[in-house]
Design a protein around this ligand. Structure first.
Ligand SMILES: *Cc1c(COP(=O)(O)O)cnc(C)c1O
Length: 481
């Protein structure tokens, strides 16, 4: 039976029920011009405070977040975001700054901008950062625009090509196209690593650069990276590091030492900021010193203890309003400062350990397409037993019944039944064991009662969707029936 609070808020609305307690004479009498006055009642729900509280509590329970349960979404690094990050990032002294204030009235904030830039430089082996870009893909665009402007400044106009392996995140070729480059896709090796022979065949003086994710999206470290960077540099190209997900390497190795010239980071993945559902992000772009003057403007520099705005001379321009999503990089700053250098060094190792624990615990039931070592994430190619018709999609849906978010599925595209699992370092062994047990149980169910798995989920507010219909006839707004 439907509970009152399962209904939409408009459906529980009753005329003149109110949930506020304000007196009419708390408001000044403002005379609005005639044409701005309402001519009909606003169609707003009228509910009591208790109705309101129950409604929103119920809505929040229908949501799934890292605060509700394990969220092993490969490539997305859904790690726990300590609450202290929120508390400090929303201090009034930060949240009430206006970006047009003169530098001398916001020294504390500007200091954090420069300090975070220098921490990120130290962590990645780069020399300078602009924190202004809003997302990973936005950072990629900035990096590619830098590559473009760098070659243009050298009057090297024939460099129109960007090389990207087919195991890359979809944003890579998209960003390269938006930046006006021609994308040269090269087929990866079986494990998603760079095929060096294929790379050699496309290297020439028209190559502007190479974009690479290391470890790649299958979690495999590109062990030939020094050779790859030498090959690309030898023909005059630059190396771009997609550092959206830096978790595997955090505290272990640095893209700057591998020969990369430019990188972006997703603070909303590795550096513990809530994300998912299109919330605010931050994708700082970092460069080696020879590219410093190309960074998006304005940035902040430390002039002997006085923090001031700075516009790099060859800047690609401004890609955001003012300084980007300050609240996101304030959270990253608190995260880095509260862990400290010593503890930050354990993050990558623990993330790698957790992923390998899950992998080793399930490899007798789930197919491993890559037998080499993997790092912070790995891919199963569905069940080993392919006779049951239970596909990765069904396993993902059934996991919801066990209370877990599904892994990333059908990505990377280089395998056909991909389930890409990334547990992160923040999960306990008990949680990992619960997840392993659920997946073992689903493998058994698939064998003994495949229908059960094929029609999952049963426990979620929305059951199995007709996905084709949902895509063709989306109903995304409330209709008063
Ligand atoms: C998430 C991700 C991106 C894109 O980041 P957005 O913030 O979603 O734009 C790019 N590359 C990789 C490897 C990623 O995991």
């Amino acid at each position: 039976m439907l509970n009152t609070y399962d209904k939409l808020i408009f459906e529980i609305s009753r005329k003149n029920r109110i949930s506020h307690n304000l007196h009419k004479n708390d408001f000044k009498n403002i005379n609005l011009p005639e044409h701005l006055l309402r001519t009909s009642e606003a169609n707003l729900p009228e509910v009591s405070e208790l109705d309101l509280v129950r409604h929103y509590t119920k809505v929040s329970q229908k949501n799934f977040g890292i605060d509700s349960n394990f969220y092993p979404l490969g490539s997305c690094t859904m790690k726990y975001n300590p609450k202290i990050n929120d508390e400090l990032a929303t201090l009034k002294g930060f949240s009430e700054i206006h970006p047009l204030q003169p530098a001398k009235t916001q020294q504390g904030f500007l200091r954090i901008y420069t300090e975070l830039s220098s921490y990120l430089s130290e962590i990645t082996g780069m020399d300078a950062y602009s924190l202004n870009t809003y997302a990973g893909a936005h950072g990629e665009l900035a990096g590619l625009m830098i590559i473009k402007k760098y070659h243009e400044k050298n009057k090297d106009f024939k460099r129109t090509k960007i090389i990207i392996p087919d195991s890359a995140h979809g944003t890579n070729p998209a960003s390269a196209s938006v930046a006006g480059f021609e994308v040269i896709e090269i087929k990866s090796n079986q494990d998603g690593t760079m095929n060096i022979e294929a790379l050699k065949t496309v290297l020439n003086d028209e190559v502007a650069g190479l974009m690479l994710t290391n470890p790649n999206t299958a979690g495999v470290f590109e062990k030939d990276i020094l050779e790859i960077s030498k090959l690309v540099h030898d023909v005059g190209g630059l190396l771009y590091y997609d550092g959206a997900n830096l978790n595997a390497l955090l505290g272990i190795s640095r893209p700057g030492d591998m020969g990369f010239d430019i990188t972006h980071l997703n603070l909303h993945k590795t550096f513990s900021t809530p994300h998912g559902g299109g919330g605010p992000g931050s994708g700082p772009v970092g460069v080696k010193s020879f590219l410093k003057e190309f960074l998006p403007k304005p940035i902040v520099v430390d002039k002997n203890g006085y923090y001031d705005f700075y516009e790099p001379i060859d800047s690609i321009g401004s890609l955001s309003n003012f300084f980007g999503n300050a609240s996101v990089y304030l959270r990253a700053y608190v995260y880095i400062r509260s862990l400290g250098r010593e503890n930050l060094k354990h993050v990558g190792k623990l993330a790698n350990l957790n992923a390998n624990y899950i992998k080793a615990s399930l490899k007798d039931q789930y197919q491993l397409p890559i037998l080499e070592n993997t790092m912070h994430e790995f891919v199963f190619n569905g069940l080993i037993d392919k006779s049951t018709h239970v596909k990765t999609l069904n396993i993902a849906k059934r996991l919801l019944d066990y209370g877990f978010h599904a892994p990333t599925i059908y990505f990377p595209l280089i395998f056909n039944e991909s389930m890409m699992i990334e547990p992160t370092e923040t999960e306990s062994k008990e949680t990992l064991d619960d997840f392993i047990n659920a997946l073992r149980k689903i493998a058994l169910e698939a064998h003994e009662n495949p229908e059960l798995v094929l029609h999952a989920p049963y426990q979620t507010p929305v059951k199995k969707l007709d996905e084709a219909k949902a895509a063709r006839e989306p109903k995304v707004k409330y209709q008063d029936l």
